[in-house]
Design a protein around this ligand. Structure first.
Ligand code: GLU
Length: 484
């Protein structure tokens, strides 16, 4: 294992958003490329919004995507626990150190005092944001009440500049005069985000912090904390957001954003990773990458500093390309759960399923498409109303009966001899192919689009082919022609 230690630190307040996946992905790629360590840490100190269910959904999403972690929940590691609410003693210890060294102080200001200060600020009419200036910053006394509640605040420097060289954004300078004495610990011992994050990144030995650029505002306060603790500051890489096509923040209103929704839509993890990797990073003109290629080729240098816009069509295209890269066996394996969803129970190695894959592969984009394209091989035909009305009509009944009689003689029942025999029969009787093709297709598949007729016949087998052609003929003969 190399020195590289990176982490993904989701807050379990909902499903795993594809923007979050992209953040996780870049760090994961970086870790895998350097044979480093990828840590998963759950930031659940917002007790009101964090849920157990969401933690589970996040872990399930990460596992499904194959973004495996070397340290974290369910895996363990030397730097645990990996859930913030279980690390309160560690935060207390570090807050104590900061108080001792004079970088933090207990602030006993009451809610009322803070509210009054906020109100006074509002009345000044200034446009600057409110920053509470606690008088406990410079006091050495303590309140009379030994049980008085307090928060621990950082004694932020007012002079100087905090700078860092961001892997994505370049050099950033922030004036310390813009900082306030932010809260490190609440009265109940829960850390605020900046403090919990720094203590965890520090004690977990994180070398590079990769996260969304919505966190840029937190980086200077975090660096000030590292400095106050005399600790090495990690490298930062702030990735631009994933935006909606119209430039707004990507949300449910614009697209499916929960990663498991894509699983349910029949997408592949590798396709999702490929699409998200390219949304903000490039490697020449290459669009399609395997997971291994992403690991090999990813670099922070080529992460753009402006936001990528979500494009559903492009995403689907990447998905289709990945589907087509799979072996027949793999497509079958991925399709089985989608067949089960429409009531068709088959095994991964079902010979009929395996035979159909090469025929549906060129047109399918998702595994839902594959399942829907092959369903009639496994269950009775469900007729497409329009196709039935147009092609299963009395005029076509005879052709279907005769076609059935012709194919009945073919042995072996495979596409080449079927093709040759049927074509010879059509030629001999001067029947154009189109007279039989669509009625036969509708009779056998229920729809007007399918793989080639003889391919369908071969996969269905003789018995089912004959039965469907003859049933089709009966339906056609019994259909009443609309009176003129
Ligand atoms: N819990 C934070 C979030 O979900 C993590 C930010 C970070 O990576 O530092 O946005």
């Amino acid at each position: 294992m190399s020195e590289v230690r990176v982490r993904f630190a989701p807050s379990p307040t909902g499903y795993l958003h594809i923007g979050g996946v992209r953040t996780a992905l870049y760090s994961w790629l970086w870790a895998r490329q350097h044979e480093g360590t990828f840590i998963l840490r759950v930031e659940d100190t917002d007790r009101e919004r964090s849920t157990e269910e969401s933690t589970k959904a996040v872990l399930e999403s990460m596992r499904w995507l194959g973004l495996d972690w070397d340290e974290g929940p369910g895996v363990g590691g030397d730097h645990g626990p990996y859930i913030q609410s279980e690390r309160l003693d560690i935060y207390a210890e570090y807050a104590g150190k900061l108080i001792e060294s004079g970088h933090a102080y207990r602030c006993y200001a009451t809610k009322e005092e803070i509210a009054a200060a906020r109100e006074a600020h509002r009345k000044t009419g200034t446009k600057d944001g409110f920053r509470f200036e606690s008088n406990w910053r410079d006091r050495s006394d303590a309140p009379e009440d030994p049980n008085a509640r307090y928060v621990i605040r950082f004694r932020a420097p007012h002079e100087g500049t905090t700078s860092w060289l961001d892997e994505v954004k370049g050099k950033i300078d922030i004036l310390n005069s813009t900082q306030q004495d932010f809260i490190l610990l609440r009265p109940d011992g829960m850390p605020l985000y900046n403090f919990g994050c720094v203590i965890d990144d520090l004690t977990m030995g994180v070398t590079l912090v990769g996260r969304g650029d919505d966190h840029m505002i937190n980086t200077a306060p975090q660096i000030l904390l590292y400095e106050a603790l005399g600790a090495r500051v990690p490298t930062f890489a702030h990735m631009p957001m994933v935006l909606a096509p119209n430039g707004e923040k990507l949300s449910k209103r614009h697209a499916a954003v929960g990663v498991l929704e894509y699983r349910d839509m029949g997408y592949l993890p590798d396709a999702i990773l490929n699409y998200l990797a390219r949304l903000g990073w490039s490697h020449g003109d290459q669009e399609i990458f395997t997971r291994e290629e992403l690991i090999e080729k990813f670099s922070w240098d080529h992460v753009g500093s402006t936001a990528g816009r979500y494009d559903a069509k492009k995403f689907l295209h990447v998905q289709a390309e990945h589907l087509r890269m799979l072996s027949d066996e793999d497509i079958a394996r991925w399709t089985v759960p989608f067949l089960a969803r429409i009531g068709i129970e088959v095994q991964d190695d079902d010979p009929v399923l395996l035979k159909t894959i090469p025929y549906v592969r060129p047109r399918a984009e998702t595994f839902i498409d594959v399942a829907e394209a092959v369903d009639y091989f496994f269950r009775d035909v469900e007729f497409d109303a329009k196709g039935k009305r147009k092609f299963l009509v009395p005029d076509n009944a005879q052709a279907l009966v005769r076609l059935a009689d012709v194919v009945e003689t073919v042995e072996p029942f495979t596409k080449e001899p079927l093709d040759a025999t049927v074509k010879a029969w059509l030629e001999e009787n001067e029947i154009p192919m189109k007279v039989v093709a669509q009625p036969a297709r509708v009779a056998m598949t229920g729809r007007t689009r399918s793989p080639g007729l003889f391919e369908v016949m071969e996969v269905l087998g003789k018995e089912k082919t004959l039965a469907r052609l003859r049933t089709g003929a009966e339906i056609a003969a019994a259909t009443e022609t609309p009176s003129a």
